[in-house]
Design a protein around this ligand. Structure first.
Ligand SMILES: [Cu+2]
Length: 470
């Protein structure tokens, strides 16, 4: 058997679990009529249950490439079989810890939602075994790929569904380099609401005029769930009213930071499998969109931005030189997407004076608290009793206090002493003395105001008979 790719220790540990687990599964499948010889031909499935960001999977079989790092995820090892890269995906129920103390029942692949990232090289012949351990049928659609029609994974249209308990095989050549995704094209509403999705990267086989070589290459999927506070299973019928906004099924402060070395060229690939668009915003730097769903963008079409919208079903890859040290916020710019589960029925209480009312209410409802009479910033500090298995609405603490963010938020950490290839969190940024905004304690200069020319009325006052004619 050809040598296996490098696998980090937690993966190895899980592989042993998986070996025992799959011995049981093999027996079950034999019971379902799958020949033992056929099972023996399957590459052993590899499971990963850690929610940590796995180190890049450096290839030691097949053609070389510069691997990606999947945020709070991992890349799936393969085996070479007569020049074909063979992967084994197992669709199955999983439990995903979305943030510390908050676990959700999902469906995913190989122990996780999202599934593992698949990395191949342009021109690779790829064979993917898909074993269905879900309670219902499924398929996998290889979103964005050029492939034979019958490998496109649309249940009913291009293939029969994969029944529960069965294994199907997909095979095609990875024809163009770029950023892709995979997800079921079967009972999609339920299966995607439950977390079934994964990332796919096809690396260029040689130097490509529109693909630069980067020092760090991150990827993650945008996803959304509707989990009733205190429950553990997403509601699958939700169309728009999601309350959990995640990156790779993690929410801030459960999302790992993106740690880079000063002056690194960094690529970040983002795919959107939610029901709405997400304007992804990076602080402190400008970036260019260097790739979309259709592949790398020609250099002449690129311009600088600090926010790029990733629409539903789209992929965007951005690139930048990380030339400003610091802890830079990186988040979706829809403010409700940087919040965790909240009651949408909460009224806006800004400006409402609750004095007196609270005392009266606390006599009958001892835990009653007033929310938001000065805005909602208090929520970041508030220690409210929460139902079990719920993420606080806004959490995460920085070196100066509560960050008042949840959901789709992380930190892009740029450090001059971060070692090449080191993805560890370097800790809070040591701000140089005198470079942090601080309280002003000197005399406050009078605020200059524009002089009002004599005879001209205050512009904010509309006199009767004026300003309504046109
Ligand atoms: Cu968003």
């Amino acid at each position: 058997m050809p040598p296996r790719p490098v696998i980090d220790p937690p993966l190895k540990r899980n592989m042993n679990n998986r070996r025992q687990f799959f011995a049981g599964a093999a027996a079950t499948m034999a019971g379902l009529g799958v020949a033992r010889s056929a099972l023996a031909a399957l590459p052993e499935p590899i499971i990963q249950t850690s929610v940590d960001t796995a180190p890049p999977l450096v290839p030691n079989t097949g053609r070389p490439y510069n691997p990606v790092v999947t945020l709070n995820g991992w890349s799936l090892p393969w085996r070479m079989n007569n020049g074909v890269k063979e992967f084994h995906l197992v669709a199955e129920p999983v439990v995903r810890e979305m943030s510390p103390g908050f676990k959700v029942n999902m469906w995913g692949y190989n122990g996780q939602s999202p599934g593992p990232t698949i990395e191949v090289v342009e021109g690779d012949r790829v064979r993917i075994f898909v074993t269905n351990k879900l309670p219902e049928h499924t398929t996998i659609h290889w979103h964005g790929q050029r492939l034979p029609n019958g490998m496109d994974g649309v249940g009913g249209l291009t293939q029969p569904h994969i029944p529960a308990g069965k294994t199907f095989v997909y095979e095609f050549e990875a024809r163009r380099p770029g950023t892709f995704m995979y997800h079921p094209h079967a009972d999609e509403m339920v299966q995607m609401a439950m977390g079934m999705m994964g990332f796919w990267v096809t690396h260029p086989k040689a130097r490509h005029p529109h693909i630069s070589e980067v020092d760090r290459d991150f990827c993650f999927l945008l996803n959304a769930f509707d989990v009733e506070p205190g429950s553990r299973t997403p509601k699958v019928n939700t169309m728009t009213d999601f309350n959990i906004w995640g990156w790779n099924s993690r929410i801030f402060p459960g999302i790992d930071t993106l740690n880079v070395r000063l002056n690194d060229r960094v690529r970040i690939r983002v795919g959107n499998l939610t029901m709405t668009n997400h304007p992804i915003h990076l602080h402190g730097h400008e970036f260019q969109v260097t790739g979309t769903d259709g592949g790398p963008t020609p250099t002449a079409t690129r311009w600088y931005e600090v926010t790029t919208d990733v629409a539903v079903g789209q992929m965007r890859q951005i690139e930048l030189i990380a030339d400003e040290e610091g802890d830079w916020a990186f988040h979706c710019h829809k403010s409700h997407h940087t919040m965790n589960a909240m009651g949408h029925a909460v009224p806006t209480m800004i400006g409402v004076d609750h004095r007196g009312l609270v005392n009266k209410l606390q006599r009958v409802v001892p835990d009653y608290m007033v929310m938001g009479e000065r805005g909602m910033a208090d929520m970041g500090e508030m220690q409210m009793p929460l139902p079990d298995n719920t993420a606080p609405m806004m959490t995460g603490t920085g070196q100066f206090g509560p960050i008042e963010m949840g959901g789709m938020f992380s930190v892009f950490k740029v450090r001059k002493d971060q070692k090449p290839g080191d993805y560890k969190d370097p800790g809070p940024y040591p701000f140089p003395q005198g470079t942090v905004a601080h309280e002003w304690t000197g005399a406050t200069p009078a605020a200059p105001r524009a002089a009002t020319p004599p005879g001209q009325a205050d512009a904010t006052v509309v006199k009767p008979g004026h300003g309504q004619h046109h």
